[in-house]
Unconditional design. Structure first.
Length: 246
C-alpha cells in the first residue's frame, strides 16, 4: 500500500469515527457512552496525522518528479490500484451505519442463561423507593437487581409499588414475551440481554419499544434462578431512547 493511501485511510477512518461520535451519535450503538470522548480524541489524532502526511507528500512531490527525470518512466512506490477498495468500508460508515443490537441478540439467550442482575449502587443499607412519582420509572437492570435481592432473602423494595419499565419486546415460549434491554460492559461484542417476563398483557410486535406500567410479581421459587416477572397494567408504544443500552 502506498504512503498516500495510508494517509488517506487515516483521514477517512478518523473522519468516520468523528461522524458517528459528534454528528449522528450512533457511537452508542457500538460502545458505552463513557468511551465517546476517548474515541473523539483518537479520531482527531488520526485525522491530524493523515493530513500532515498528505501535506508532506504534496510538498515533496516536485522533488520526486525532478529525481525521476523527464523520460516519463519514473516509477513510484505506490501499491496496486485495487488497494483503493479499502476505502469503501470506511466510506460506507458515512452512509450506512449498522443498527444497534436487538431482538436477534436477545433471542440467542434463553431465560436460564439471562444476564446476572446488576448490583444496585446505594449509599446506605436502606434503599427503599421514594414515595413519588407514581408510577416510578425504573431501568430494567435495577428492577432485576431489586427482584434478585428479594429472592435471596434480602430487602423487599418492590412490593405493592407501581413501576414503569421501558424496553423492546422479545418473544418467549408458548406465547410469553419479555421486556428486554441490552447491557454492555465495554462494547456491543459483550452485550448481554436483561429480560423481564411480562404477565397479563398480549405480546406487542417483536422488537417494538414499549413502556410497561404495572407491579412486580414475586417469583414462585427463591434462590436467584433468573426469574423476573412483572404484571402489566398498561403497555404503550414508545420511542427508542437515544442510548438503547443500559
Amino acid at each position: 500500500m502506498s504512503r498516500a493511501m495510508q494517509n488517506l485511510l487515516m483521514v477517512l477512518v478518523g473522519g468516520a469515527v468523528l461522524w458517528i461520535t459528534l454528528v449522528t451519535g450512533e457511537v452508542v450503538n457500538f460502545v458505552k457512552e463513557g468511551l465517546r470522548w476517548p474515541l473523539v480524541a483518537a479520531a482527531a489524532v488520526l485525522v491530524v496525522l493523515g493530513l500532515a502526511g498528505m501535506r508532506r507528500d504534496w510538498r515533496d512531490r516536485p522533488d520526486e518528479h525532478a529525481d525521476s527525470g523527464h523520460d516519463g518512466h519514473g516509477h513510484g512506490a505506490g501499491g496496486p490500484r485495487v488497494a483503493w477498495l479499502l476505502c469503501l468500508p470506511v466510506l460506507a460508515i458515512f452512509a450506512i451505519a449498522p443498527p444497534e443490537l436487538g431482538v436477534f441478540t436477545a433471542a440467542r439467550t434463553g431465560e436460564s442463561r439471562a444476564a446476572a442482575p446488576p448490583k444496585i449502587q446505594v449509599a446506605e443499607d436502606d434503599y427503599a423507593l421514594p414515595p413519588s412519582p407514581d408510577p416510578y420509572p425504573m431501568s430494567v437492570g435495577e428492577f432485576m437487581g431489586r427482584s434478585f435481592e428479594a429472592q435471596i432473602g434480602g430487602q423487599v423494595t418492590l412490593a405493592d409499588r407501581r413501576l414503569e419499565l421501558k424496553g423492546f419486546a422479545t418473544p418467549g415460549e408458548r406465547g410469553a414475551w419479555y421486556l428486554t434491554r441490552l447491557q454492555m460492559s465495554c462494547c456491543a461484542a459483550d452485550a448481554m440481554p436483561l429480560k423481564v417476563k411480562i404477565l397479563d398483557a398480549p405480546a406487542p410486535e417483536k422488537g417494538s419499544w414499549v413502556k410497561v406500567v404495572g407491579l412486580w410479581h414475586p417469583a414462585g421459587e427463591a434462590g436467584g434462578r433468573g426469574v423476573y416477572e412483572f404484571t402489566a397494567q398498561s403497555v404503550t408504544r414508545t420511542e427508542k431512547p437515544d442510548n438503547p443500552y443500559e
